[in-house]
Ligand binder design. Structure first.
Ligand SMILES: Cc1cc2nc3c(=O)[nH]c(=O)nc-3n(C[C@H](O)[C@H](O)[C@H](O)COP(=O)(O)O)c2cc1C
Length: 200
């Protein structure tokens, strides 16, 4: 997390949802983060799931009902809780989200609530199956998934399916997605602040 972020600036995490050795996702997440970091309307942090070394979901109490157990999960909860919005960078495995991403979503609950989410999918056909599954999870978690979506195609946005060479149209799509994520993140930060003030 950047240390020099102004107190009132919204913080958005670019979450890389692929952890396997040799993943192409690191190139995609760095591209997203590089473009996002040029913006002045939010502070963006690259959040690499691989760094958290989360176990398979192992919480004795459903996160919606209780605290988080275990050092890795607690570190993950702190990280998610410290962010106001998210851009998920997700591949597609057998038309689904990677299991590690599904687990990471399940591990925490309140920390996702009333925050915005954008989806950058990639795969043979733009990661649309994976993105659709993630959208299904956003509702129950209280994540507001923005309508724009970036779908990167292995045959069109990569050379030899391995070296990331994004099309100009993909960069434009990313700008549109970031605009919306920043807008919704700001709106929902105000919602959370209003609720906290009413409860206090
Ligand atoms: C287990 C597995 C299943 C896959 N299934 C799909 C799929 O259903 N649809 C698709 O578009 N790509 C699929 N792919 C191809 C991935 O999109 C491609 O390997 C991509 O590089 C994965 O992202 P990563 O390298 O960041 O892990 C699959 C890859 C793996 C490893």
């Amino acid at each position: 997390m950047a240390q020099d972020v102004a107190q009132d600036m919204i913080r958005i995490g670019v979450v890389l949802g692929s952890t396997r050795p040799g993943r192409v996702g690191a190139q995609v997440a760095e591209w997203v983060h590089g473009i996002a970091a040029r913006r002045a309307d939010a502070a963006f942090t690259l959040v690499d799931l691989a760094a958290f070394r989360l176990p398979h979901f192992d919480q004795p109490v459903p996160p919606a009902l209780g605290g988080t157990v275990g050092p890795e999960a607690q570190e993950w909860a702190r990280t998610v809780g410290g962010l106001d919005g998210f851009v998920f960078v997700i591949p597609e495995y057998n038309h689904q989200l990677p299991g590690v991403m599904k687990d990471a979503l399940d591990f925490v609950f309140a920390e996702w609530s009333d925050k915005a989410a954008g989806i950058v999918g990639y795969g043979v056909a733009g990661g649309t199956g994976s993105a659709a599954q993630l959208r299904q999870m956003c509702g129950p978690l209280g994540l507001a998934d923005v309508p724009p979506q970036v779908g990167l195609h292995l045959a069109l946005d990569f050379e030899d399916f391995r070296v990331f060479t994004p099309r100009e149209s993909s960069a434009r799509a990313l700008d549109g997605l970031l605009d919306r994520v920043v807008e919704w993140t700001g709106a929902l930060a105000a919602v959370r602040a209003g609720r906290a003030a009413r409860v206090a």
